[in-house]
Write a protein that binds this ligand. Structure first.
Ligand code: AMP
Ligand code: TRP
Length: 334
């Protein structure tokens, strides 16, 4: 049996990159004998400035987005990290004692988030990958479906797990495999095909949010940056055309076609033919999710009930793992 674990931070709103790079894959991994655990990683969200009064609402909203996108609470456990925070933070501390600073120094997400003033960045932001390793190892997850940007964090997780296993001479922690799936493992900004679509980019025109109305989606796609050429007739023809490549990739991931099939369909056509089709497809996929999210958020108690149940399941897996880690590490016990 595979044990799948993944998570997203309750910061800002989810966008098409989150959906295509991660969420859509989470949904597809359900059933087929997998045990799925999907976490709202609120303890990660506080590593950057955040609004105190919005945090708990944001966690509910992310949980609603998971469900609206198709994560089924009857098949998957959905929970908030801080509800099992005592255990995650405890394991993080043990793992921190076997994480080399040199490795943390190489984390590109830290460099991006800390910016030029890294001296002023908090310890939490720096230690973020260690908490992420704890999130994964505490459930002995075998597979972690994420977008490409998380690959480096997964490598660190495997590294820390092997250090533990080696240091204590026990084959204890499962080394998790990243699952970077589908056509759109890295969705790019609609304004600049060389930048990742991100929650924090200044221009809202750069991303499609899961909460955008159909009109907003159509407008953003219409205004998306392109180049003056027609669409190519081979995938190789997308080389050096980042914006065209991105829009084709999005189309492929949304439609379930391969890039080659999409290219074949639109070969030689101008963007003015392609963009309305892309807008139509995006709206068809996103609008029902937005609508379902709205319904779910009207009944927050139902989401809370799902999260309470999810946290119980999570705790029942995590607690014995942490107890065994302590035992292996030689801590006092009666
Ligand atoms: P985050 O927004 O950093 O909380 O990311 C949540 C999940 O979405 C992670 O698995 C990321 O790898 C994935 N993700 C975020 N941005 C993108 C993007 N532009 N393209 C593909 N996947 C993404
Ligand atoms: N670091 C991930 C991101 O920025 C979020 C995350 C935290 C995560 N803990 C995790 C993802 C555990 C997968 C598994 O997207």
């Amino acid at each position: 049996m595979k044990r799948i674990l993944s998570g997203m931070q309750p910061t800002y709103q989810l966008h098409l990159g989150n959906y295509l790079g991660a969420l859509q894959n989470w949904v597809n991994l359900q059933g087929t004998g997998n045990q799925c655990l999907y976490c709202v990683v609120d303890m990660h969200a506080i590593t950057m400035p955040y609004e105190r009064d919005g945090l708990s609402k944001a966690s509910r909203e992310i949980a609603a987005a998971y469900i609206a996108a198709g994560v089924d609470p009857a098949q998957s456990s959905i929970f908030v990290q801080s509800a099992v925070g005592d255990l995650h933070a405890e394991l993080m501390w043990y793992l921190a004692t076997m994480t080399q600073l040199g490795k943390l120094d190489r984390m590109t997400q830290f460099k991006d988030k800390a910016g030029k003033n890294a001296e002023k960045a908090g310890l939490g932001l720096y230690a973020y990958p260690v908490l992420m390793a704890a999130d994964i190892l505490i459930y002995q997850a075998t597979h972690v479906p994420v977008g490409e940007d998380q690959k480096q964090h997964l490598e660190l997780t495997r590294d820390v797990a092997s250090t533990f296993n080696h240091r204590y001479g026990r084959d204890f922690f499962t080394l998790p495999d990243p699952m970077i799936m589908g056509e759109a493992t890295r969705v790019m900004s609609l304004r600049d095909g060389t930048q990742k679509m991100s929650k924090s980019a200044e221009s809202d025109l750069s991303r499609i949010n899961l909460t955008d109305t159909p009109d907003m989606i159509a407008d953003k796609i219409k205004r998306a940056k392109t180049d003056p050429l027609a669409l190519p007739d081979t995938v190789d023809g997308l080389e050096g055309r980042p914006e065209a490549a991105n829009l084709i990739t999005i189309y492929a991931a949304l439609s379930g076609l391969t890039k080659a099939q999409v290219v074949a369909e639109f070969a030689g056509k101008p963007f003015s033919d392609f963009k309305p089709k892309l807008a139509e497809l995006t709206v068809a996929k996103i609008a029902p999710i937005t609508e379902k999210m709205r319904h779910l958020l009207a009944e927050p108690q139902e989401i809370d009930a799902i999260l309470v149940k999810g946290a119980e399941t999570a705790r029942s897996i995590a607690a014995p793992v942490v107890a065994e880690v302590k035992d292996i590490m030689g801590f006092w016990k009666v």
